[in-house]
Design a protein around this ligand. Structure first.
Ligand SMILES: C[S@@+](CC[C@H](N)C(=O)[O-])C[C@H]1O[C@@H](n2cnc3c(N)ncnc32)[C@H](O)[C@@H]1O
Length: 277
C-alpha cells in the first residue's frame, strides 16, 4: 500500500533549491549560465539518467506541435529535455510540492518556462479533460502507485485518440524480497513494484495497443558500473548528482538498487502503447 503522504514525505528534502544552487556555483556557473545538460545528473531521477530519457522519448514521435504530459515529473528534467529537443509544450505533474516548486525555478534558470508548466497533481486523478495531450509519458513512477488500473485508465483518458503513451518503470522480474531502502521507498510499505504482465493487462484493459516492450536490465547494469567507475575515478561524489535527492541514505539505496537488479528481482522496462485513432 502507498499513500500520498508517505510518498511526498519520502521525496521531500526541504532545501532542495538551495542545494542545487550551491552545486551550480561549485560548477563555476551562475544560474543564468546553467544548461539542461549541467542539471541532468541531479534532475533525471531514474536509471540511466539522460541517456535513458533520450532513448525512451525518441520512440514517442514527439514534434513541436505536440502538447506532452510528463506524469510524476519530479524536478522536470525530462520535461526540459523534451521541450528543448522537440520544441514541444510540456505539462509536468507530480505529487511532491517541493519537486514541482524547484522544477519550475529550474525551468526559469534555463529559459524554458514559456514551454513548460509543472503542477502538483495526483496521477491517479488528473484534473485535465479527456484527450488533452498528444503524448503522455511516465518515468519511474509506477513503483509508487498501487492501483495500476486507475493510473493507466487516467493515462488513457487524457491522451488524444491516435496518441502515444510511454512508460519506463522499475518492474518485478522474478519472485523474491527486495532489499530496502531503495530510491523510491524506505520500506516495503511504500513500494508497489509490479511485473510487466500487470502493466500489460492494465494497458490492454484500458484500450491501448502495445507497440513495444524493452527490458533495460543490461543497460542498467552497465550504467551502474560506469557510475561507480566515475565516482571512484573522481575521488568522490560530483557537485550535482542523485545523491542529493536520496539524502543521507543514498549509498545504501544505490547499493540495494544494484543488488536488486543484479539478482534479476527487478529491472527497468519500457512499454510504448497507442490509443486507437
Ligand atoms: C523516482 S521519482 C521520478 C521523477 C521523474 N519522473 C524522473 O524520472 O526524474 C518518482 C516521482 O513520482 C512521483 N509520484 C509518485 N506517485 C505519484 C502520483 N500518484 N502522482 C503523481 N506523482 C507521483 C513522486 O513524487 C516522485 O517525484
Amino acid at each position: 500500500m502507498t499513500d500520498a503522504n508517505v510518498i511526498t514525505q519520502h521525496y521531500t528534502l526541504g532545501n532542495l533549491i538551495n542545494v542545487i544552487r550551491d552545486g551550480v556555483e561549485q560548477l563555476g556557473k551562475s544560474i543564468d549560465e546553467v544548461t539542461i545538460d549541467d542539471l541532468a545528473p541531479v534532475d533525471e531521477f531514474h536509471i540511466g539518467g539522460r541517456i535513458a530519457t533520450e532513448a525512451f522519448l525518441d520512440q514517442l514521435g514527439i514534434t513541436s506541435e505536440h502538447h506532452v504530459l510528463d506524469v510524476g515529473c519530479g524536478l522536470g528534467g525530462s520535461s526540459r529535455f523534451a521541450a528543448q529537443r522537440y520544441g514541444c509544450r510540456v505539462t509536468g505533474v507530480d505529487l511532491t510540492p517541493e519537486y514541482v516548486e524547484t522544477g519550475n525555478v529550474l525551468c526559469k534558470w534555463v529559459g524554458l518556462d514559456k514551454l513548460i508548466r509543472l503542477q502538483v497533481e495526483d496521477a491517479t486523478a488528473l484534473p485535465h479533460p479527456a484527450g488533452s495531450f498528444d503524448r503522455v509519458y511516465m518515468m519511474h513512477v509506477g513503483m509508487n502507485v498501487a492501483d495500476k488500473a486507475s493510473l493507466v485508465s487516467e493515462l488513457y483518458r487524457v491522451v488524444r485518440p491516435g496518441g502515444k503513451v510511454g512508460i519506463y518503470d522499475i518492474m518485478q522480474i522474478s519472485e523474491g524480497d527486495l532489499a530496502f531502502p531503495v530510491p523510491w521507498a524506505t520500506e516495503p510499505g511504500g513500494s508497489s513494484v509490479s511485473p510487466p504482465g500487470v502493466y500489460r493487462s492494465a494497458l490492454e484493459s484500458a484500450g491501448f495497443n502495445i507497440i513495444a516492450e524493452r527490458n533495460r536490465r543490461e543497460f542498467a547494469i552497465e550504467f551502474f558500473a560506469q557510475l561507480q567507475a566515475r565516482v571512484s575515478g573522481a575521488g568522490g561524489l560530483p557537485q550535482l548528482g542523485l545523491h542529493i535527492l536520496m539524502g543521507d541514505s543514498a549509498p545504501v539505496k544505490v547499493k540495494n538498487m544494484i543488488e536488486n537488479v543484479s539478482l534479476n528481482l527487478v529491472a527497468p522496462v519500457e512499454l510504448i502503447v497507442e490509443k486507437n485513432a
